[in-house]
Design a protein around this ligand. Structure first.
Ligand SMILES: O=C(O)CCC(=O)C(=O)O
Ligand SMILES: [Fe+2]
Length: 210
Protein backbone atom coordinates (compact mmCIF):
# COMPACT_ATOMS: atom_id res chain seq x y z
CA UNK A 1 0.00 0.00 0.00
CA UNK A 2 1.05 3.55 -0.56
CA UNK A 3 -0.39 6.81 0.71
CA UNK A 4 -2.30 9.43 -1.27
CA UNK A 5 0.77 11.63 -1.77
CA UNK A 6 2.74 8.76 -3.31
CA UNK A 7 3.28 6.88 -6.47
CA UNK A 8 5.35 3.72 -6.87
CA UNK A 9 7.98 2.43 -9.29
CA UNK A 10 5.48 -0.24 -10.34
CA UNK A 11 2.83 2.33 -11.30
CA UNK A 12 5.34 4.42 -13.26
CA UNK A 13 6.97 1.47 -15.00
CA UNK A 14 3.62 0.19 -16.19
CA UNK A 15 3.52 2.97 -18.80
CA UNK A 16 5.13 2.31 -22.17
CA UNK A 17 8.48 3.98 -22.78
CA UNK A 18 9.32 4.64 -19.12
CA UNK A 19 13.01 4.19 -18.27
CA UNK A 20 14.31 3.64 -14.75
CA UNK A 21 17.84 4.82 -13.86
CA UNK A 22 19.76 1.64 -12.94
CA UNK A 23 20.82 2.55 -9.40
CA UNK A 24 19.82 1.58 -5.86
CA UNK A 25 20.63 5.14 -4.71
CA UNK A 26 17.36 6.75 -5.77
CA UNK A 27 14.20 6.10 -7.78
CA UNK A 28 14.57 8.15 -10.97
CA UNK A 29 12.46 7.71 -14.09
CA UNK A 30 12.39 9.25 -17.56
CA UNK A 31 9.98 9.17 -20.46
CA UNK A 32 10.28 10.86 -23.83
CA UNK A 33 7.37 12.62 -25.52
CA UNK A 34 5.36 12.88 -22.32
CA UNK A 35 3.76 16.12 -23.59
CA UNK A 36 2.91 16.89 -27.21
CA UNK A 37 4.80 19.73 -28.92
CA UNK A 38 1.74 22.03 -29.09
CA UNK A 39 1.20 21.79 -25.34
CA UNK A 40 4.89 22.50 -24.68
CA UNK A 41 4.65 25.59 -26.90
CA UNK A 42 1.50 26.81 -25.15
CA UNK A 43 3.11 26.40 -21.72
CA UNK A 44 6.24 28.28 -22.89
CA UNK A 45 4.01 31.18 -23.97
CA UNK A 46 2.46 31.27 -20.48
CA UNK A 47 5.90 31.32 -18.84
CA UNK A 48 7.08 34.09 -21.17
CA UNK A 49 4.06 36.20 -20.31
CA UNK A 50 4.33 36.08 -16.52
CA UNK A 51 7.62 35.46 -14.71
CA UNK A 52 9.46 36.62 -11.62
CA UNK A 53 12.95 35.98 -10.24
CA UNK A 54 13.18 32.44 -8.82
CA UNK A 55 13.52 32.06 -5.05
CA UNK A 56 15.12 29.51 -2.70
CA UNK A 57 14.33 28.11 0.74
CA UNK A 58 17.05 28.16 3.44
CA UNK A 59 19.05 30.94 1.76
CA UNK A 60 22.76 30.10 1.98
CA UNK A 61 24.25 33.52 1.19
CA UNK A 62 24.97 32.74 -2.48
CA UNK A 63 22.99 35.25 -4.58
CA UNK A 64 23.97 33.28 -7.69
CA UNK A 65 22.58 29.99 -6.38
CA UNK A 66 19.38 30.12 -8.44
CA UNK A 67 19.43 32.71 -11.19
CA UNK A 68 16.45 31.60 -13.28
CA UNK A 69 12.93 33.02 -13.48
CA UNK A 70 9.75 31.31 -12.28
CA UNK A 71 6.12 31.39 -13.38
CA UNK A 72 3.30 30.29 -11.05
CA UNK A 73 0.97 28.68 -13.54
CA UNK A 74 -2.75 29.41 -13.45
CA UNK A 75 -4.54 26.10 -12.90
CA UNK A 76 -7.74 27.47 -14.46
CA UNK A 77 -5.94 27.88 -17.79
CA UNK A 78 -6.96 25.01 -20.14
CA UNK A 79 -3.34 24.22 -21.13
CA UNK A 80 -2.32 23.97 -17.48
CA UNK A 81 -5.37 21.80 -16.77
CA UNK A 82 -4.30 19.49 -19.60
CA UNK A 83 -0.80 19.23 -18.13
CA UNK A 84 -2.24 18.39 -14.70
CA UNK A 85 -4.57 15.72 -16.09
CA UNK A 86 -1.70 14.14 -17.99
CA UNK A 87 0.37 13.96 -14.80
CA UNK A 88 -2.54 12.61 -12.74
CA UNK A 89 -3.10 9.78 -15.22
CA UNK A 90 0.59 8.93 -15.17
CA UNK A 91 1.39 8.71 -11.45
CA UNK A 92 -1.94 8.15 -9.70
CA UNK A 93 -1.12 10.60 -6.88
CA UNK A 94 -4.13 12.32 -5.34
CA UNK A 95 -4.12 15.76 -7.07
CA UNK A 96 -4.87 17.44 -3.72
CA UNK A 97 -1.27 16.67 -2.69
CA UNK A 98 0.19 18.64 -5.60
CA UNK A 99 1.67 22.11 -5.27
CA UNK A 100 0.71 24.71 -7.86
CA UNK A 101 2.69 23.79 -10.99
CA UNK A 102 5.49 26.16 -11.93
CA UNK A 103 7.39 27.01 -15.07
CA UNK A 104 11.10 27.83 -14.92
CA UNK A 105 12.97 29.85 -17.53
CA UNK A 106 16.78 29.91 -17.87
CA UNK A 107 18.53 32.35 -20.17
CA UNK A 108 22.18 31.90 -21.17
CA UNK A 109 24.36 31.67 -18.04
CA UNK A 110 21.45 30.99 -15.68
CA UNK A 111 21.34 27.91 -13.46
CA UNK A 112 20.03 26.33 -10.28
CA UNK A 113 23.05 25.04 -8.37
CA UNK A 114 23.12 21.66 -6.64
CA UNK A 115 20.21 21.27 -4.23
CA UNK A 116 17.54 18.87 -3.06
CA UNK A 117 13.85 19.53 -3.60
CA UNK A 118 13.08 18.19 -0.11
CA UNK A 119 13.33 20.63 2.75
CA UNK A 120 15.69 20.36 5.67
CA UNK A 121 13.60 19.65 8.80
CA UNK A 122 16.22 21.57 10.82
CA UNK A 123 16.34 24.50 8.37
CA UNK A 124 14.98 27.96 9.11
CA UNK A 125 12.27 27.69 6.41
CA UNK A 126 10.82 24.33 7.48
CA UNK A 127 7.96 25.89 9.46
CA UNK A 128 7.09 28.29 6.63
CA UNK A 129 7.07 25.74 3.80
CA UNK A 130 6.22 22.44 5.47
CA UNK A 131 4.10 22.97 8.59
CA UNK A 132 0.80 22.37 6.79
CA UNK A 133 1.43 19.97 3.90
CA UNK A 134 4.60 18.26 5.15
CA UNK A 135 7.66 17.20 3.19
CA UNK A 136 7.90 16.99 -0.59
CA UNK A 137 7.43 13.42 -1.77
CA UNK A 138 7.89 13.27 -5.55
CA UNK A 139 9.24 15.70 -8.14
CA UNK A 140 7.98 15.75 -11.73
CA UNK A 141 9.92 17.88 -14.22
CA UNK A 142 9.20 18.30 -17.91
CA UNK A 143 11.51 19.91 -20.46
CA UNK A 144 9.47 22.12 -22.77
CA UNK A 145 12.09 22.66 -25.46
CA UNK A 146 15.37 21.43 -26.92
CA UNK A 147 18.21 23.60 -25.60
CA UNK A 148 20.98 24.52 -28.06
CA UNK A 149 23.78 23.93 -25.53
CA UNK A 150 24.01 23.32 -21.78
CA UNK A 151 21.06 23.21 -19.41
CA UNK A 152 21.30 19.54 -18.41
CA UNK A 153 20.10 18.29 -15.04
CA UNK A 154 22.99 16.65 -13.21
CA UNK A 155 22.64 14.03 -10.46
CA UNK A 156 26.13 13.85 -9.01
CA UNK A 157 25.61 10.80 -6.77
CA UNK A 158 24.89 8.62 -9.79
CA UNK A 159 27.09 10.55 -12.24
CA UNK A 160 24.17 11.14 -14.55
CA UNK A 161 23.26 14.25 -16.50
CA UNK A 162 19.85 14.28 -18.14
CA UNK A 163 19.77 16.35 -21.32
CA UNK A 164 16.80 18.61 -22.02
CA UNK A 165 14.53 17.35 -24.79
CA UNK A 166 11.20 18.81 -25.77
CA UNK A 167 8.33 16.98 -24.05
CA UNK A 168 10.57 14.70 -21.93
CA UNK A 169 9.56 13.95 -18.34
CA UNK A 170 11.96 13.29 -15.49
CA UNK A 171 10.67 12.27 -12.06
CA UNK A 172 12.07 10.99 -8.81
CA UNK A 173 11.23 10.10 -5.23
CA UNK A 174 12.78 12.66 -2.87
CA UNK A 175 12.85 10.36 0.14
CA UNK A 176 14.45 7.20 1.40
CA UNK A 177 12.23 4.21 2.32
CA UNK A 178 12.10 5.48 5.94
CA UNK A 179 10.57 8.79 4.74
CA UNK A 180 13.60 10.99 5.41
CA UNK A 181 15.20 13.10 2.66
CA UNK A 182 17.48 11.22 0.25
CA UNK A 183 20.76 13.12 -0.29
CA UNK A 184 21.33 11.10 -3.47
CA UNK A 185 18.61 13.24 -5.08
CA UNK A 186 20.98 16.25 -5.06
CA UNK A 187 20.75 17.75 -8.54
CA UNK A 188 22.02 20.76 -10.46
CA UNK A 189 20.11 22.59 -13.20
CA UNK A 190 23.27 23.41 -15.14
CA UNK A 191 24.03 26.65 -16.92
CA UNK A 192 22.47 27.19 -20.29
CA UNK A 193 25.29 27.87 -22.77
CA UNK A 194 23.22 28.74 -25.81
CA UNK A 195 19.48 29.28 -26.26
CA UNK A 196 16.80 29.44 -23.57
CA UNK A 197 15.60 26.55 -21.40
CA UNK A 198 12.02 26.11 -20.19
CA UNK A 199 10.86 23.45 -17.75
CA UNK A 200 7.76 22.59 -15.76
CA UNK A 201 8.21 21.60 -12.13
CA UNK A 202 5.47 19.93 -10.15
CA UNK A 203 6.03 18.81 -6.57
CA UNK A 204 3.86 16.65 -4.32
CA UNK A 205 3.50 16.66 -0.54
CA UNK A 206 2.88 14.15 2.23
CA UNK A 207 -0.42 15.85 3.11
CA UNK A 208 -2.93 17.83 1.02
CA UNK A 209 -1.54 21.11 -0.27
CA UNK A 210 -4.82 23.00 -0.39
O1 LIG B 1 16.18 23.02 -14.44
C1 LIG B 1 16.60 21.96 -14.03
O2 LIG B 1 17.23 21.16 -14.74
C2 LIG B 1 16.37 21.59 -12.59
C3 LIG B 1 15.26 22.37 -11.96
C4 LIG B 1 15.14 22.08 -10.51
O3 LIG B 1 15.90 21.32 -9.98
C5 LIG B 1 14.09 22.68 -9.69
O4 LIG B 1 13.36 23.56 -10.17
O5 LIG B 1 13.96 22.28 -8.52
FE1 LIG C 1 15.27 20.80 -8.04
Amino acid sequence: MHSAGETTPEILRAHPGVRHAPTPKLDLFMVDDFLPDELCDALIALIEADRRPSTVADYNGDVHFRTSETCDLDVTNPHVAKLERRLDAFHGIDPAHGETPQGQRYAVGQEFKQHTDWFNPDGEDWERYCSVAGQRTWTFMIYLNDVEAGGGTRFKAIRKTVQPKKGKLLCWNNRKPDGSGNVNTLHHGMKVRSGVKYVITKWYRERPWQ
